[in-house]
Design a protein around this ligand. Structure first.
Ligand SMILES: Cc1cc2nc3c(=O)[nH]c(=O)nc-3n(C[C@H](O)[C@H](O)[C@H](O)COP(=O)(O)OP(=O)(O)OC[C@H]3O[C@@H](n4cnc5c(N)ncnc54)[C@H](O)[C@@H]3O)c2cc1C
Length: 204
């Protein structure tokens, strides 16, 4: 039996759903990987944060016809500062079409219905990439007995020096340490977790 366990499960486990008819169709995905797959096809990207913007730009650069459906009135403020002007300029020149203040109402095998400030648009469509964000699987941590904060962040309770949880011998590393606050930690500021954990284990 393992004496020590390190959990580093990130926060991409549970996508936020669109909750619209047709979301279960095989052309709809919450996980984007290879832009070449979408070349020369009609793709809708939902969302306006880093994942949506990266997907839209990469797929458009592989020759796809890309339409973004964005709930708010602009590209997300937290989009990387060197990427944001790229997407804004592609939208402004019309290379990538974007519907702001808009939401998907329905997805069919051939189309997507979008409610926009100008009314309902029916868009021909091959693929939908719903880059609508994710939540960490905190139930998994709780099922291991790990205590979470009782506020809305549900932050796992950790010893900040060792990253050991409330369960002796179980440590957390990476983004999962932030609970529902999934923007607080990223690659650069999580590397120290591994160092702390290994130091703690080695000193036992
Ligand atoms: C488009 C995009 C661009 C990004 N750009 C940057 C950037 O420029 N700089 C930066 O710092 N960060 C960036 N990030 C964020 C970065 O990817 C995350 O901060 C980082 O991956 C988190 O690392 P992690 O090890 O905590 O979790 P993850 O990298 O998510 O790794 C978790 C792993 O655990 C596995 N897993 C989950 N549950 C289980 C289970 N029950 N059993 C077994 N395995 C499981 C998963 O399959 C996965 O392999 C970006 C993210 C995205 C989506």
């Amino acid at each position: 039996m393992a004496k020590e366990i390190i959990i580093a499960t990130g926060f991409y486990d549970i996508p936020y759903k669109l909750n619209v008819p047709g979301e279960e169709l095989p052309k709809v995905t919450h996980y984007y990987s290879d832009p070449h797959f979408y070349a020369f096809q009609k793709v809708i990207v939902v969302g306006a944060m880093n994942s949506a913007v990266d997907a839209a730009l990469e797929i458009w650069r592989k020759g796809a016809e890309v339409t973004m459906v964005i709930r708010g009135s602009s590209i997300g403020e937290r989009v990387k500062y060197w990427i944001k002007p790229d997407i804004e300029n592609r939208i402004e020149e019309g290379a990538i079409k974007a519907y702001f203040n808009s939401s998907i109402m329905k997805i069919t095998p051939e189309t997507v219905e979008v409610i926009t400030p100008e009314g309902i648009k029916i868009i021909d469509n091959d693929w939908v990439i719903a880059a609508t964000g994710y939540q960490p699987n905190l139930k998994f941590l709780e099922s291991a007995g790990i205590v979470l904060s009782d506020d809305e962040v549900r932050c796992p309770v950790l010893n900040p020096e060792t990253h050991e949880t409330s369960v002796k011998g179980i440590y957390l590393a990476g983004v999962i340490c932030g609970g529902m606050n999934t923007h607080r930690l990223f690659i650069e500021n999580s590397r120290e977790h591994a160092e702390k954990i290994i130091r703690a284990i080695a000193s036992r």
